[in-house]
Design a protein around this ligand. Structure first.
Ligand code: ZN
Length: 191
């Protein structure tokens, strides 16, 4: 039996047979339901809103949309990006571009660091300050694809024909969603 506490005087009671606080005559509750003590509340309220701690979470304070974009971007990187139809038919995934050219791996790296960066900002002020760098991370896959799109695979002698596929489109969508999410981080939480 875990100890319970009085929500009023905050005295802890280990004896499971006691249901009510002997002093206040109110039902004992789990210590987790106590909420912050008056001292903790005062310490909290003395901090400027921007410096108050926020939870380490991939979902709170507008971070859910950014996490979703990062997940979408990572999945899109593994999906087919380009179909080469001539001289031979083959499919290139994001990972194939990374293996061949190396620098497109930046798109994956940007998504991988996005979630830890966003979820570990420990105050609203720090989260707001991270907006710019997270927006840049979200832009990396978009720029990667723009460069690949501008310079698709060529061959010295043969005429290479290719078509962009849905994986690349999904990566572009992830970038746009990520960009939007980064600029909206911490919104509605300035209270
Ligand atoms: Zn009590």
């Amino acid at each position: 039996m875990t100890p319970r506490a009085c929500p009023f005087c905050r005295i802890y009671v280990a004896d499971a047979s006691i249901e009510r606080c002997e002093t206040c005559d109110v039902l004992l509750v789990s210590p987790r339901k106590l909420g912050p003590s008056p001292e903790e509340r005062m310490a909290w309220e003395s901090l400027p809103p921007d410096e108050r701690p926020i939870p380490v979470s991939p979902f709170s304070h507008g971070r859910a949309l950014l996490s979703l974009a990062a997940l979408m971007g990572i999945v899109a990187y593994l999906m087919p990006w380009l179909e080469v139809r001539s001289p031979d038919r083959w499919i290139l995934h994001g990972t194939d571009f990374g293996r061949k050219l190396f620098w497109p791996h930046a798109a994956l790296a940007a998504w991988v660091v996005t979630v830890p960066t966003a979820m570990t900002r420990q105050s609203l002020g720090r989260l707001l300050a991270s907006r710019a760098v997270l927006a840049v991370f979200a832009l990396v896959p978009l720029v990667t694809l723009a460069v690949l799109y501008a310079k698709p695979p060529t061959h010295r002698l043969l005429n290479v024909q290719s078509t962009w596929l849905w994986g690349a489109a999904l990566e572009v969508v992830a970038s746009c969603v990520g960009l939007l999410a980064a600029t909206r981080l911490g919104r509605g939480a300035q209270k």
